[in-house]
Design a protein around this ligand. Structure first.
Ligand code: CO
Length: 291
C-alpha cells in the first residue's frame, strides 16, 4: 500500500472515530433518532469527507441495517440498546466503525462485544487466520454468558468496496483466509441475549446500485441519477426525497438494478450489542485506523 492510500485510510478512520465518539456521548432518553442520524451524517460532510454508507442506527434485537426513515418520529427510550455503525470514506478509502449505547442496564452485554473486538485485534498478524479471530471473539462473548451472532461477519474493504474477502467470522471456524500484510478489513463482533442468528425484517431503509442497465420509468431514472455519485456504495431511502419511493424502489430491486439491505434482527425481545474497528495488517500486527 502506498503512503497516499494509507493516509486516506488513516484520515477516514480518525474522522470516523472522532464523530462516533462525540455523537454517542450525546445520546439521551427522548432524543430523536432522525436528529442524531442527520447530525452525524452532516458532520462527516462538513469535515470534507463522504459517507461509505448511511449511518446505521439499530435498536435492541435489531443488529444492523436500520437507519432513520424520512420523517422518522422515533425517540430513544429507557432500556434501549442502540448500535451506531458509521462508515466514512475519503476518495473511496473506507473506515467502518461501530459502538453501542446502553440506556438500560446492559453493561456486561456491551463489555462482551467490546472485549471480543479487542481480543480479535490482538490476534491480527500475517499468518493468522480469519478463524483464529472468530475463535477469540466467540470466547470473550460466551464467557460472559452471551452468544456471538454467527451469520454476521467482519469484511474486507477496498476502494469503494464495502464487502470483499477476507470474511471475519464471529465464531471459531477451522481455517478461513490466511491474513497478509496490507490487507484492510473491519472486525465487528455482535453479542446477543437471543439465538445468535439474525433474520431479515420487512423494514427496508438502505439500498445500493448493483447494475448499470438502463431503466425506462422516469421516476426510477431520477433516483438512479441521484445516487450515481455513490459509486455503488449504499444509500438511504431518506436521502432521496422523492414521491412514490414505496413503488419505485421495490421495482428497481425486482429488476436487479438495486440491492436492498433489510433490517437484520435476532429474536423479538432479545438485545444485541456491537463494536467494530477497521484495521490494516502490518508486518508485526495491525494498525487500527478507527481508534
Ligand atoms: Co462493517
Amino acid at each position: 500500500m502506498n503512503d497516499d492510500i494509507f493516509e486516506k485510510y488513516r484520515d477516514a478512520g480518525v474522522l470516523a472515530a472522532k464523530i462516533l465518539r462525540s455523537s454517542a456521548q450525546g445520546i439521551r432518553i427522548g432524543a430523536s433518532y432522525l436528529d442524531l442520524v442527520e447530525s452525524i451524517e452532516v458532520q462527516v460532510k462538513e469535515e470534507g469527507a463522504a459517507l461509505a454508507f448511511p449511518l446505521n442506527l439499530s435498536l435492541n434485537e435489531d443488529a444492523a441495517h436500520d437507519t432513520a426513515s424520512p420523517g422518522d418520529v422515533r425517540v430513544f427510550t429507557k432500556g434501549d440498546v442502540a448500535k451506531l455503525d458509521l462508515g466514512v470514506q475519503i476518495d473511496g478509502y473506507i473506515a467502518d466503525t461501530a459502538t453501542t449505547i446502553d440506556l438500560g442496564r446492559n453493561s456486561l452485554l456491551l463489555e462482551a462485544s467490546e472485549q471480543a473486538l479487542d481480543a480479535a485485534i490482538k490476534v491480527v498478524r500475517p499468518g493468522a487466520t480469519a478463524g483464529d479471530l472468530g475463535a477469540a471473539i466467540q470466547k470473550e462473548i460466551e464467557c460472559r454468558g452471551y452468544r456471538p451472532i454467527s451469520n454476521l461477519t467482519g469484511h474486507g474493504l477496498d476502494r469503494y468496496i464495502l464487502h470483499r474477502p477476507p470474511s471475519i467470522p464471529n465464531v471459531g471456524i477451522n481455517g478461513g483466509v490466511v491474513l497478509e500484510e496490507g490487507m484492510v478489513f473491519a472486525i465487528e463482533p455482535f453479542a446477543t441475549t437471543g439465538s445468535g442468528h439474525v433474520g431479515e425484517k420487512t423494514r427496508k431503509e438502505i439500498y445500493s446500485q448493483v447494475s448499470q442497465k438502463p431503466v425506462r420509468i422516469p421516476a426510477a431514472r431520477t433516483i438512479l441519477n441521484k445516487v450515481k455519485d455513490r459509486h455503488g456504495l449504499p444509500f438511504a431511502r431518506r436521502w432521496l426525497n422523492e414521491k412514490k419511493l414505496d413503488i419505485t424502489l421495490p421495482a428497481l430491486v425486482r429488476s436487479q438494478v438495486l440491492h436492498v439491505y433489510p433490517v437484520l434482527s435476532d429474536i423479538p425481545g432479545s438485545l444485541v450489542s456491537q463494536h467494530e474497528h477497521t484495521v490494516i495488517v502490518t508486518s508485526e500486527g495491525c494498525i487500527v485506523t478507527t481508534r
